[in-house]
Write a new protein. Structure first.
Length: 109
């Protein structure tokens, strides 16, 4: 018998044995019961003045303005290195460092 063929058939046999004995050699998984559905210990309705007072917070808002801003179009390098252009943006951005109580108002309840 050809040694290469013997090696080939041996490997094929090992692979088939492992494939068909998957139940014995397969990955063992952990069986978990359903996730416990616990009720919350407390709740607050933030749509009411009582809920807002309970959480010691306040609703604030700011009217948005549409402003024209400048930007550069994409260049050949796919970066904003192309010609200057104009577009629109909404202001103020809530994530800005200077966004705060001076730019917001309390809604009337």
């Amino acid at each position: 018998m050809n040694p290469k063929r013997y090696l080939y058939t041996t490997w094929i046999s090992i692979i088939l044995i492992l494939a068909f004995s998957r139940g014995q050699w397969g990955v063992v998984t952990q069986v978990v019961s359903e996730v416990p559905a616990l009720r919350p210990e407390a709740g607050a309705n933030l749509a009411t003045p009582e809920g807002v007072a309970l959480m010691k917070t306040a609703w604030r808002y700011s009217d948005a303005q549409i402003v024209e801003v400048g930007f550069n179009e994409p260049g050949a390098d796919r970066r904003p290195s192309g010609p200057a252009n104009r577009t629109y943006d909404s202001m103020p951005h809530a994530g800005a460092a200077n966004f705060g109580p001076t730019q917001t108002r309390f809604p009337r309840g």
